[in-house]
Design a protein around this ligand. Structure first.
Ligand SMILES: C[S@@+](CC[C@H](N)C(=O)[O-])C[C@H]1O[C@@H](n2cnc3c(N)ncnc32)[C@H](O)[C@@H]1O
Length: 204
């Protein structure tokens, strides 16, 4: 049966247009030349369409835990017609099992600070399970370093996140790296990004 997606399902996030090109520049360099990329917390699906279009040699697997996000990703995917962009998967990063076997890269943009810590714990455990040897975990977002926020604007952002949900908040880079290490993922690169964000690249 064909499922059709109403265009009103296709949500838009203003930050995507601002960060997609700086992120793509990093992804072009750090992602494997071919294979499957699992995107966790794809949100609206706009990144998935943009990156799948720009990186046609990769198969892009979007996912999210949220129903509305899944509908939005599916609507953007249908409108794009991209052959290398797969149907979105319902995937909770915190779940002990993910509905994927093996992938060559895992990408999570703006999730670690906008979800409870157990989502990051699940993300690291899951990436450790599904990444092929030498596979890449790419994270993008705001982080604290050496016990402090990297900019006053991140301090205010952190306070705002915690007001919205006390379980959210800007995480310590060192704690995230240590958690990753416990799942066989080694932090190999930290890249400063616009607006006080970081790209973090881990290798399995
Ligand atoms: C701020 S949005 C970021 C979306 C997109 N990556 C972006 O940068 O526009 C955070 C996303 O994380 C998803 N999320 C939160 N907790 C999650 C979890 N445990 N597993 C999977 N996705 C999760 C939410 O549903 C939401 O789509």
């Amino acid at each position: 049966m064909m499922t059709t997606f109403a265009s009103q399902d296709a949500l838009s996030s203003p930050s995507v247009a601002r960060n997609r090109d700086p992120i793509l520049t990093v992804l072009r360099r750090v992602l494997p030349p071919a294979g499957t990329v699992l995107e966790i917390a794809s949100g609206t699906g706009e990144h998935a369409v943009y990156f799948a279009a720009a990186l046609p040699q990769l198969t892009w697997q979007p996912s999210d835990q949220d129903e509305q996000a899944l509908r939005s990703i599916a609507a953007h995917r249908a409108a794009s017609g991209l052959p290398n962009l797969l149907t979105p998967l319902a995937l909770d990063a915190a779940a002990p099992d993910w509905p994927v076997e093996q992938v060559d890269a895992v990408v999570a943009i703006n999730m670690v600070h906008i979800s409870p810590w157990r989502a990051t714990q699940g993300l690291m455990a899951g990436a450790g399970r599904v990444l092929s040897p030498g596979g890449v975990l790419y994270l993008y977002g705001a982080y604290r370093e050496n016990g402090a926020n990297t900019a006053p604007s991140n301090e205010a952002f952190d306070a705002d996140l915690k007001r919205r949900n006390p379980d959210w908040g800007v995480r310590d880079l060192e704690e995230v790296a240590e958690l990753a290490g416990g799942h066989g993922l080694k932090l190999s690169e930290r890249i400063s990004m616009p607006a006080n964000n970081l790209s973090l690249v881990f290798h399995r």
